[in-house]
Ligand binder design. Structure first.
Ligand code: SF4
Ligand code: SF4
Length: 395
């Protein structure tokens, strides 16, 4: 008869997981606080960790700026599948008399003393770390970027975890000799805001495994770029998919960086909406109208299993140009018809001049328009219309 472990793993694979592993609370006890499953479930004994790989061709189109939307949609579809796998595992475990919890996939952070809400957070420690569980469960190891790297798909995976009171036999972590990260440092080279330092390192131990990873800049540095408040690389020759520009380098000083992140978030229309994806990520993922606004993640997207592919991916990124906002809410590669303009949100925006002039200057709606983009388009639309009205009055 099949063991409980193999039945649960088969169920996850049957539902679409590419990789599945099991670890337990004791093994995770040497890890950072977010490796402790008891924070979410005091009776947790074991953790089932599972991963689904991203579509590689779609990722290539994303990093080369050929196509933006398919990668956002691929991420959303995978998140739906991960939630579904977790729900079915929970259902199965509960039917066998165990307690079980499907861990939220994202945007659920442990409270921070000085932060009233997510806009004031600076550490962003998750309730439970999917990465640490996946490392301990033998799915992958932490690369220089700090992302989870698998032998099969590199860092191009999304992760889910189920906590349970059942005592399951754990898998072994991947041994050092099979570590998938070869220190190519392509992840450092494709981060627009130089979050991932190429030389300075730090160490982290989880499940008896010690990883040496980059000593990254403060989390708010990534937050600023990954949310889309700054897309331009320090070289100014390429960007991620964000059309927004701060107009100055990010502060080196941690307190200044944190203060900047908070002020940008406070001004962001997304954060004024009580029903944003930070209040209920699962609901957003299953909302057919919600658009998974992804502008970065380049440190992960560059990281294919083969070094040759990683080098090629880096070239795609640094030759991909810079992003601009279209008036319908979509993004495109900036060209000679794009201009950079100030906005009331503490950011400058690169927008399509051809979209902004004459009869084209209408607030058209692209399906899934993002709140910040929507507010900026509205602002630019008003600006142009009032300029045109003034022009008419002057005539
Ligand atoms: S890009 Fe290279 S250095 Fe960075 S995590 Fe991947 S394999 Fe490691
Ligand atoms: S997600 Fe983007 S901004 Fe954040 S560390 Fe990765 S490359 Fe840098």
């Amino acid at each position: 008869m099949d063991s409980a472990e193999s039945r649960l793993k088969s169920l996850a694979v049957h539902l679409g997981a590419d990789l599945v592993g099991i670890t337990n609370r004791d093994l995770l006890s040497d890890g950072p606080p977010s490796a402790d499953p008891r924070y979410l479930m005091p009776s947790a004994n074991s953790i089932i960790s599972f991963a689904i790989s991203l579509d590689k061709e779609i990722v290539q189109d994303f990093i080369s700026k050929k196509k933006w939307r398919p990668h956002c949609e691929n991420r959303k579809a995978i998140a739906q599948k991960l939630y579904t796998i977790g729900d079915k595992l929970v259902e199965q475990l509960r039917s066998e008399g165990y307690q079980a919890v499907n861990v939220d996939l994202n945007n659920s952070y442990r409270p921070e003393k000085a932060a009233a809400d997510v806009t004031e957070m600076t550490d962003f420690h998750p309730d439970f770390s999917h990465r640490y569980a996946a490392l301990a469960a033998g799915i992958g190891r932490l690369g220089w970027s700090g992302n989870l790297l698998t032998k099969e798909h590199g860092a191009l995976v999304e992760l889910g975890s189920v906590l349970t009171s059942a005592h399951l036999k754990p898998d072994a972590p991947i041994p050092d000799k099979d570590h998938p990260c070869d220190r190519c440092k392509m992840c450092s080279l494709v981060c627009p805001v130089e979050m991932i330092r190429p030389k300075a390192s730090s160490q982290i131990t989880v499940a008896g495994v010690t990883e040496t990873i980059s000593r990254k800049r403060p989390n708010t540095c990534c937050w600023i770029s990954c949310t889309g408040y700054e897309g331009l690389a320090t070289s100014s020759t390429w960007s991620n998919w964000s059309p927004y520009r701060l107009g100055h380098p990010l502060p080196e000083n941690k307190e200044e960086l944190n203060a900047l992140c908070t002020s940008l978030q406070k001004a962001d229309p997304q954060m004024q909406d009580v029903n944003n994806s930070f209040s209920n990520y699962r609901e957003a993922i299953f909302d057919p109208e919600w658009f998974y606004y992804t502008v970065c993640g380049f440190c992960r997207s560059v990281c294919s299993p083969s070094r040759e592919d990683r080098r090629a991916n880096r070239k795609l990124i640094i030759n991909s140009g810079t992003a601009a906002l279209k008036f319908d809410g979509s993004h495109k590669v900036a060209d000679e018809d794009t201009v950079e303009m100030p906005t009331p949100f503490g950011l400058r925006v690169v927008a399509g001049l051809d979209d902004l002039t004459g009869s084209k200057a209408k607030a058209r709606k692209w399906p899934g328009q993002f709140p910040l983009d929507r507010a900026v388009i509205k602002y630019l639309y008003k600006l142009i219309n009032s300029a045109e009205a003034k022009g008419c009055a002057d005539d």
